[in-house]
Design a binder for this molecule. Sequence first.
Ligand SMILES: *[C@@H]1O[C@H](CO)[C@@H](O)[C@H](O)[C@H]1NC(C)=O
Ligand SMILES: *[C@@H]1O[C@H](CO)[C@@H](O)[C@H](O)[C@H]1NC(C)=O
Length: 277
Amino acid sequence: MNMKLLTLIALCAVTSAYKITQLKVPLYADPRRAAELSCQFEMNDHRLHSVKWYRDLNEIFRYNPSQKPTIRLFNVTGVIVEGGECEGGCCMVRVMPTPVATRAAYSCEISTEGPKFLIARETKLMTVVAMPDKDPVIYGAPKLAKPGDQIVLNCSSDYSLPASDINWYINDELQKPELWHRTELSAVQSGGLRASWRILRLSVPSDVTGALRVRCEAVLSVEPPVIRETSVLMTLFSRTHLSKYVSNRGARIVYQDLMLVSVILSNVNMILSVILS
Ligand SMILES: *[C@@H]1O[C@H](CO)[C@@H](O)[C@H](O)[C@H]1NC(C)=O
Ligand SMILES: *[C@@H]1O[C@H](CO)[C@@H](O)[C@H](O)[C@H]1NC(C)=O
């Protein structure tokens, strides 16, 4: 600690409080790189004895300006402590979390000189999570479907830690997974990341008109949760309307569904794909 600065602070101090003014702990830490945590403090007219960092109850860092070496690091279960330094009322520690999706409390504690050894302490939580880079992708969805069609959809989510759990929704209604269609996981990548996917077997209902909105949600169950999603729209056409068109060519038919009017015009696929895109 800079003695001139300490003296200056002591002379200018209007209050005698020693306190932690800013604690920076990332909400999420990526297991593939080290996270930097910093603790900024003011001593005012008190003298600093030590600064300590804890992960949960375990000490991982100690700065004691009157000892040699001034900084000591301690590896504990859950993190490798890669480095730490103190300068101008701020102590920084660099930790590499082990690739397990856990949440831990990181605390910074400053203590004044004896005989009182008064302490001030602040704590923040950090969760180990590797975010997916991309939204999930739905494979196998046709743009047009008709009642009775059997469709197999595959929602595939990007690599993450923890692996995403996948939920399917049809028109915003959660589809309960059948036992044999649970979320499947890929092999593990460095940093503990895995991709995942889940199949949805869909039989297009006959009592629905218009369109089916199929949505896939990739959920990382950490605290706070991380959710990414994607959706596709499948337009439904009815067999009876089409055959009516075929047998009444040229007749004046009023359809309520705008999509079906465009079917009459000419090329089914071409026009619909223009409208849908
Ligand atoms: C912490 O563990 C790392 C990796 O095993 C090692 O390189 C480092 O020296 C250890 N640090 C301490 C303070 O024990
Ligand atoms: C679903 O898609 C993923 C990613 O493309 C693939 O690895 C997986 O084999 C597919 N599953 C099925 C049952 O097709």
